[in-house]
Design a protein around this ligand. Structure first.
Ligand SMILES: O=c1ccn([C@H]2C[C@H](O)[C@@H](CO)O2)c(=O)[nH]1
Ligand SMILES: [Zn+2]
Length: 331
């Protein structure tokens, strides 16, 4: 009989431990189903701020110490968090803004569009402001940008209201000014029909664990209609988990996001708080003699932030013209 209370408290401890573990896991959550978002209080667009503190707590701003967060609902109904990411030792223009983080994560999760967005600009989370110029441009280049609404709320207002992205960026330079009519935009499905060059060694047909194949798959999603220089990056951390991202170009060039940054968005979103120094392997796939080559920049970024002995390899790819003809005739 004397053992019973012990057994009970042992069970209670187990329950508390598993609850704590679940809470600890939640702490790093960047993507919420509609139901999960509702249980956080995000039941309607005006309630997006309910998740803003979570977003801010996940920011990585060791240089500025600023924690900026974004919360956005995608057209699927899922809710995504975005954060600012800074890299000590690197020039500031390599930093990632929360809106760009969020859009990149939408792309990585095959989302078709963004509906509403809230960006906190003050530490007390009571002011919600407009994205900076670069981010307005980046957001404007996504498909369905016409639907994007942004929460604007001063500290004097209880709830604020949504404004159309279009109003924040009138007279813009848009993909329509450059691309042929009907070209797929950012967040639209694409296949660049790339295959690894012969020099890359064996070619795998199905589910393999080669980082170069993950990077190739990423490059096949790359959005690079302005320079035709698609590229993808895959990373592996010391626990063997892999991450990937692809180069996303902007028609205005400077707001473009490099493939390492895109893979780092995946890393920040899924690594449960790991430091960049836990990255031990990286692969870049790009075209040989690409008009825009990522190799030097990727090496420089990884040399600065990844594990000191991080293995970085580059593989080249070519267009599979037969597949390309098939894919383009389907369009
Ligand atoms: O509109 C802005 C301005 C700044 N930042 C971030 C970038 C950097 O991490 C930090 C300091 O500028 O704040 C944003 O995310 N959005
Ligand atoms: Zn910005």
């Amino acid at each position: 009989m004397a053992q019973r209370p012990n057994l009970l408290s042992h069970f209670q401890n187990l329950v508390v431990e598993s609850q704590n573990r679940a809470m600890a896991q939640d702490k790093y959550k960047f993507v919420f189903t509609a139901n999960e978002a509702a249980s956080e209080g995000v039941t309607e667009p005006i309630r997006l701020p309910k998740l803003i503190r979570k977003a801010m707590s996940l920011a990585r701003g060791p240089i500025s110490k600023y924690k900026i967060g974004a919360v956005g609902r995608a057209s699927s109904g899922r809710v995504y968090l975005g954060v600012n990411v800074e890299f000590p030792g690197l020039p500031l223009h390599h930093s990632i803004h929360p809106e760009q983080f969020l859009v990149t994560n939408l792309a990585l999760n095959s989302e078709k569009g963004l509906r509403q967005l809230a960006v906190a600009i003050s530490n007390d989370c009571i002011e919600f402001g407009a994205p900076c110029g670069n981010c307005r441009q980046f957001l404007m280049e996504t498909s369905n940008e016409i639907d994007i609404k942004i929460l604007l709320k001063s500290k004097h207002e209880a709830e604020g209201s949504f404004g159309k992205l279009k109003l924040l960026l009138p007279y813009r330079f848009s993909p329509d000014d450059v691309l042929p009519k009907g070209s797929p935009l950012l967040l639209e499905k694409r296949d660049n029909c790339l295959i690894l060059s012969r020099s890359a060694g064996e070619i795998c047909s199905s589910d393999c664990s080669h980082l170069k194949c993950k990077a190739l798959a990423a490059a096949n999603n790359s959005f690079s209609p302005y320079t035709d220089s698609p590229s993808g990056v895959a990373l592996r951390d010391e626990d063997g988990i892999w991450y990937r991202g692809w180069y996303i170009e902007s028609v205005a060039y400077s707001p473009s996001l490099g493939p390492v940054q895109a893979a780092l968005v995946d890393f920040v979103a899924r690594s449960r708080g790991k430091g960049f120094d836990k990255i031990v392997e990286a692969v870049l796939v790009e075209k040989n003699n690409a008009r825009v080559s990522q190799e030097a920049t990727a090496k420089m970024i990884l040399d600065t932030i990844a594990a000191p002995n991080c293995d970085f390899k580059v593989f080249h790819c070519d267009v599979d013209f037969q597949k390309s003809i098939l894919v383009n005739s389907d369009r």
